[in-house]
Design a protein around this ligand. Structure first.
Ligand SMILES: *Cc1c(COP(=O)(O)O)cnc(C)c1O
Length: 398
């Protein structure tokens, strides 16, 4: 038996990331010292906060190749996705009533699309292949001159699969459809260039890239003439599209997180890829029946999603209180049904129920990965032995 840790090892970086201490340091002055309302135009407290918010806006823009004035602050990716999809659909006056999205999108995208179906829009849900990738020919066939919007995520939150954004953008541009991408898992992990990729709307969030929870942004392409109806009534902040006071401390933290990611992303990717491959190699070296879910190549470095044949993920996680893992997304863990994402990739219910998501991040160490590999192998072996003996015929007494 390996020595158990006092605090679990955090391996759920697709659910959220810890706020980088450098980000916390940047935020602190904006709580109680530089506390002004950034929309107060009549005194220095307001100007100071406004300067900080504008600086943060520029740093977020820089990470994705946008201009600062194309960035709107929101509360996170859920809100950005709702504004992008429902706000555009309700605000547009060009007669296009068709939307294309994908079966493995986050529920906030899928449920926004469902809302719009109730409002008279047609929605096409693209399939994914066994690797989790959409088929560009299926997209080409789906998009018509009635298509208002194509919403395809940058990186899938359960399986870490990266969609071909530049190719999707080119198809949308040719068809005159707007292209929205939920990049909650992509920003700060992969290179995103909204201009080169022909992206018109892009959603990002602070807490998936070592920034604070409760702040996000929506990029709206400046020269695309998109008409977006606000989902809220309010005081006209953020071009009236997202009224409400911009939370200056959170915006500053988000900006700092984006600036750090821009500098450190490439090096971090190499380190995480090595750790992840080491973990997968060790699991596969010691165990049979370990299947990687989602493309091995088109995948962010910090994600592993594996099905472990003959092992239920809920039982495994219960046996591993020293590892913080998940079996799917945090958002759908309230539902008991198996993941819509893994089913979208074609997994059987048994395979989905034996699936584990392992999310490595900036603060994951090699020692933690060595420990996690050992403990996973240990407990999977125990569970498999248990299920073999449990499935032996039980002789009735007497
Ligand atoms: C986390 C996540 C969201 C939701 O973001 P919040 O900022 O928590 O609202 C949306 N989409 C994807 C792909 C995510 O990973």
């Amino acid at each position: 038996m390996m020595q158990k840790q006092s605090r679990p090892i955090y391996l759920d970086n697709q659910a959220t990331t810890p706020t980088d201490p450098r980000v916390v340091d940047a935020m602190l002055p904006y709580f109680s010292e530089k506390f002004g309302n950034p929309h107060s135009g009549s005194h220095a407290f307001g100007w100071e906060a406004a300067d900080a918010v504008e600086n943060a806006r520029a740093r977020i823009a820089a990470l994705i190749g946008a201009a600062p004035e194309e960035i709107l602050f929101t509360s996170g990716a859920t809100e950005s996705n709702n504004i992008a999809i429902k706000g555009l659909a309700r605000g547009s006056r060009n007669g296009r009533k068709h939307i294309v999205t994908c079966v493995t999108e986050h529920l906030c995208v899928l449920n926004s699309a469902l809302d719009l179906e109730d409002e008279g829009f047609d929605v096409t849900y693209l399939h994914v292949d066994g690797d989790g990738l959409i088929d560009l020919d299926e997209l080409r066939a789906a998009v018509t001159d009635k298509t208002l919007l194509v919403s395809i995520m940058a990186v899938q939150n359960e399986v870490g699969v990266i969609q071909p954004l530049a190719e999707i953008g080119a198809i949308c541009r040719t068809a005159g459809a707007a292209f929205h991408s939920d990049a909650a898992q992509g920003a700060g992990k992969i290179v995103l260039d909204v201009k080169a990729m022909n992206i018109d709307l892009l959603s990002v969030t602070g807490h998936k890239l070592y920034g604070p929870m409760g702040v996000g942004a929506l990029y709206v392409r400046g020269d695309a003439n998109l008409r977006i109806e606000s989902l809220f009534s309010g005081g006209g902040q953020e071009k009236g599209i997202r009224p409400g006071t911009v939370p200056a401390p959170l915006a500053v933290g988000f900006g700092e997180a984006c600036a750090l990611a821009a500098v450190e992303m490439n090096e971090e990717a190499v380190r995480l890829m090595n750790l992840r491959d080491k973990l997968l190699d060790r699991l596969r070296g010691d165990l049979d029946g370990v299947r990687l879910n989602g493309s091995a190549e088109c995948r962010i470095p910090g994600n592993l999603n594996i099905s472990i044949e003959g092992t239920r993920a809920d039982k495994l996680m219960a046996a591993l209180p020293d590892l913080a893992l998940s079996s799917g997304s945090a958002c759908s863990s309230a539902h008991s049904e198996s993941s819509h994402v893994l089913r979208g990739l074609g997994l059987t219910d048994d395979q989905a129920e034996s699936s584990l998501r392992i999310g490595l991040g900036r603060f994951t160490t090699e020692e933690e990965i060595d420990y996690a590999a050992g403990r996973l192998i240990e407990e999977i072996t125990v569970l498999r032995q248990g299920s073999v003996s449990a499935s032996e015929p039980v002789r009735a007494a007497g």
